[in-house]
Design a protein around this ligand. Structure first.
Ligand code: AMP
Ligand code: ZN
Ligand code: FE
Ligand code: FE
Length: 288
């Protein structure tokens, strides 16, 4: 079984539509894929409708959180998408992304970059707008060579010249909401130092005590030593460990299934979840 529990579609800042994403996941030989767009479940219906036979979809979202000034991402799986409290928080975070992007564009213009909201809105389409979309605009304008190159103190990294904060959740509150909606909470890429500051191990212990289910140890932003250290920490804290690609289509270099999750851990995640169930692919209308 090949299980990839963290991917993005064009419902947020990935480049594949949800339908394309599940087709590519099946073609990549995955048995299970989780769709975890930033702060939204909007891609789920399309992914379910297009789900190829033999592929199971885990519905989820990656929630933007901040703790003591440090940004962190919480992967939430198999929660009830209609639970009103969590739904309202997702909407608050997502809706704040638009004025925040406009603020960042204003800062870039002050820095002499001729980027416009219209350009960024075109790139984002109907996806939840984020820094990767602004980064792509900078690539189009020839300001930086790649999307990743825009995530520096010069441009869009946390605290950078053109950075602006968005509404983010307190992770303790986010864990509470996810659990109350029947979901399972896993801290995404907790030691991805190249993205900026990360939370200390003491904070992970506090999050574990607050009900966190697991941490994503195997991720492209963790080197081998970091993965081993995080596995040790997870064992100490009684946390599950997951692995995933954090696939974003062509906007990042990682490929589907680049890292995967152990089937036993996947089984445990599905046992803990009560808000939604994994969706087995029936083949979709075109597969008959
Ligand atoms: P936002 O949610 O709008 O603040 O944007 C954060 C997103 O930017 C992350 O979820 C990643 O998808 C992407 N990102 C962060 N750091 C980098 C990086 N160094 N290179 C490429 N993408 C990045
Ligand atoms: Zn992303
Ligand atoms: Fe993330
Ligand atoms: Fe992600």
């Amino acid at each position: 079984m090949r299980i990839d529990l963290h991917t993005h579609s064009s419902a947020s800042d990935g480049t594949d539509s949800p339908a394309e994403l599940v087709r590519k996941a099946a073609a990549a030989g995955l048995d299970v894929v989780a769709l975890t767009d930033h702060d939204t479940t909007r891609g789920h219906a399309e992914a379910v409708a297009a789900l190829p036979e033999g592929l199971t979809l885990v519905t989820g979202a990656e929630l933007s959180c901040r703790l003591d000034g440090v940004g962190l991402h919480l992967l939430a799986y198999l929660f009830d998408p209609d639970e009103p409290e969590l739904l309202r928080e997702r909407e608050l975070v997502r809706d704040d992304r638009v004025p925040r992007a406009r603020t960042m564009i204003g800062k870039l213009r002050e820095l002499g970059v001729d980027v416009t909201w219209e350009q960024v809105a075109r790139i984002a389409g109907d996806g939840s707008v984020g820094r990767p979309h602004i980064a792509e605009a900078l690539v189009e304008l020839g300001v930086v060579p790649t999307v990743s190159d825009a995530f520096t103190p010069e441009w869009l990294a946390d605290g950078a010249r053109a950075y602006a904060p968005k509404h983010e959740l307190d992770p303790f509150e986010a864990i509470r909401l996810v659990k109350a909606a029947g979901g399972v909470a896993v801290l995404a890429h907790p030691a991805a130092v190249k993205r900026g500051r990360v939370v200390p191990e003491s904070a992970m212990a506090e999050l574990a005590a607050a009900g966190l289910d697991g941490i994503e140890t195997d991720h492209m932003d963790h080197d081998r030593a970091t993965r081993a250290r995080l596995r040790g920490l997870a064992a100490d804290l009684g946390l599950l460990v997951t692995g995933s690609s954090d696939y974003h289509g062509s906007r990042k270099t990682c490929v589907l299934g680049e890292f995967t999750t152990d089937p036993e851990i996947y089984g445990e995640i599905t046992r803990r979840a009560t808000g939604a169930f994994p969706v087995p692919g029936a083949g979709g209308p075109s597969a008959a």
